[in-house]
Design a protein around this ligand. Structure first.
Ligand SMILES: Cc1cc2nc3c(=O)[nH]c(=O)nc-3n(C[C@H](O)[C@H](O)[C@H](O)COP(=O)(O)OP(=O)(O)OC[C@H]3O[C@@H](n4cnc5c(N)ncnc54)[C@H](O)[C@@H]3O)c2cc1C
Ligand SMILES: *[C@@H]1O[C@H](CO)[C@@H](O)[C@H](O)[C@H]1NC(C)=O
Ligand SMILES: *[C@@H]1O[C@H](CO)[C@@H](O)[C@H](O)[C@H]1NC(C)=O
Ligand SMILES: *[C@@H]1O[C@H](CO)[C@@H](O)[C@H](O)[C@H]1NC(C)=O
Length: 448
């Protein structure tokens, strides 16, 4: 009798332990930002019945996809987060821009406009009932690790009232296309014309019939460069990219090497040539910016790197903090969606992370490979050709559904089309046939 009772008690305890481990719905989770990263995470947490709070500094979802014609600060005095420009169209085709289980509308362009894509994110938030769970106008000002708990301080941007709460997990979805990376070129302040960063570029109109210099050949540099070239008298494009673009540029598009210095009327390039200019647009990228993160989070954060992260997501020093979207050269929406599912599977207790030592070894190995190739630390965030392998790895470790290989294949094909001709790559339609293959056709004209 006595015996069986204690066995019963022991079993009850075991059972309780197992249930506690499996049912992690009592975890307190804080999501910072209501862009694609924050919304996806919220969706999957909700599906698992795990409580969460989303803190969003603005009164909108969609982050950088929300176009705002203003520049500088918003009505509440916060720096405008968005870097969207009016006539932007996505630089990836529909299948690579879709969030899982929520197709983009049939009747839209293969490369949707920014506005159409923003509407899509809004309908995503509505469809999954996420809006009511977002604390809008709450700006996170500090995240600290104290006594094995995350202390998150946020400020209501209208009343100025501050709040502090304790959390078990912090998910950072604040994006990284907002704080301009400025090149700081000698003589900049002598120049009499206009200088802006692409963060503040909205429309091509001010550049009609002007002599414009665009610096940088990343996605923004190429895209804004062509958009401005379409209206400007001359378009000088200064960059040191060794990508072999075969686009037939118009005759008033002039490629130049890096800028050496400004004077009152224009710039000298490193090859000694000079160009007289009216306007300059810096398409020199963005900096990682986490002003709210306290030292106690244990990371090494620089302008172009956040390290060490496991799987590009988990803060190895404090593995209850995750960064979503800190990958470059990938299909961002599917990547964010997969990272959100990986994160939620982890919080749910579906899998456990390796030890800190092993995560560190894994990270160190990645960094060693880059170093041996002579690459800078910033490349630690590049997925590029490793994108599909990354998705396979996330699935293997966490059991989430795999992002199908066809997504990466579409991106690779689109990358080729961009090299071929930046004016025509958006005229292709990509149709997914199955997890492995797709079909590409030239798009019929749609009225939009
Ligand atoms: C001009 C431009 C064009 C792009 N085009 C493409 C494209 O064609 N295809 C593609 O895949 N990707 C594109 N991207 C990348 C784009 O960033 C991703 O598609 C995606 O929007 C990233 O989502 P996110 O949720 O990580 O960040 P974001 O969309 O930047 O959202 C971050 C959110 O966090 C909030 N926030 C920030 N700090 C705080 C704080 N302290 N407290 C509370 N809230 C805070 C912000 O207000 C914002 O709402 C483009 C980016 C830019 C800038
Ligand atoms: C160029 O300008 C024309 C006319 O304003 C416009 O229809 C077209 O979309 C523009 N092309 C680009 C690449 O911006
Ligand atoms: C966690 O595992 C359960 C059971 O296998 C599964 O139904 C659920 O979808 C998983 N959750 C995530 C986020 O992967
Ligand atoms: C396609 O991939 C999904 C998600 O990983 C998987 O559930 C499905 O079984 C796959 N379909 C085929 C035909 O392999």
């Amino acid at each position: 009798m006595q015996m069986s009772r204690s066995i019963f008690l022991i079993c009850a305890f075991c059972l309780f332990g197992v249930i506690a481990a499996i049912n992690n719905s009592s975890q307190r989770v804080c999501i910072i930002g209501a862009g694609i990263a924050g919304l996806s995470t919220a969706r999957y947490l909700m599906e698992e019945g795990i409580q969460f709070t989303v803190l969003e500094a603005t009164k909108y979802v969609g982050g950088t996809w929300r176009y705002d014609s203003r520049i500088g600060t918003d009505e509440n005095g916060l720096p405008l987060h968005t870097s969207m420009y009016k006539y932007l169209r996505t630089n990836l085709p529909k299948p690579a821009m879709e969030l899982r289980g929520f197709p983009l509308p049939q009747n839209i362009q293969s490369f949707p406009s920014g506005q159409v894509y923003y509407d899509y994110i809004q309908s995503y938030a509505e469809h999954f009932n996420l809006i009511d769970d977002i604390k809008f106008l709450h700006n996170v000002i500090s995240v600290k690790r104290i006594d094995n708990t995350w202390k998150v301080k946020h400020k209501h941007v209208i009343s100025g009232k501050e709040f502090e709460e304790d959390y078990d997990f912090v998910i950072i979805g604040t994006g990284h296309h907002s704080k301009p990376n400025m090149p700081n070129i000698p003589g900049e302040n002598l120049f009499k014309g206009s200088i802006i960063h692409s963060h503040d570029y909205r429309v091509p109109d001010p550049y009609k019939q002007r002599r414009v210099l665009v610096i940088g050949a990343g996605p923004s540099g190429m895209d804004i460069g062509l958009e401005v070239c379409n209206v400007s008298r001359r378009l000088i494009h200064s960059h040191h990219s060794n990508i072999n673009y075969r686009t037939p540029f118009p005759s008033h598009y002039i490629k130049k090497p890096d800028v050496k210095e400004f004077d009152e009327t224009g710039v000298y390039f490193v090859d000694g040539t000079f160009e007289e200019l009216d306007d300059v647009i810096y398409c020199t990228g963005f900096e990682y910016d986490y002003p709210f993160l306290d030292e106690s989070c244990g990371l090494d954060i620089a302008k172009h790197s956040v390290v060490p992260l496991y799987n590009y997501v988990v803060n190895i020093k404090q593995p209850t903090m995750m960064f979503l979207g800190l990958v470059v050269r990938a299909c961002l929406p599917p990547a964010l969606d997969a990272q959100a599912r990986y994160t939620v599977a982890l919080i749910k207790g579906n899998f456990t992370l390796p030890s800190k030592e092993n995560m560190m070894l894994d990270w160190q190995h990645r960094w060693n490979v880059l170093r041996s190739l002579g690459k800078p630390l910033s490349h630690i965030h590049f997925l590029g050709e490793k994108e599909d392998e990354y998705y396979a790895g996330l699935t293997k470790e966490s059991g989430i559904d795999r992002v199908p290989p066809v997504i990466y294949k579409i991106r690779a094909c689109d990358t080729e089309a961009k090299l071929e001709n930046l004016y025509t790559y958006r005229s292709y339609t990509y149709t997914v046939l199955n997890n492995e293959s797709f079909h590409r056709t030239v798009e019929k004209k749609l009225d939009q």
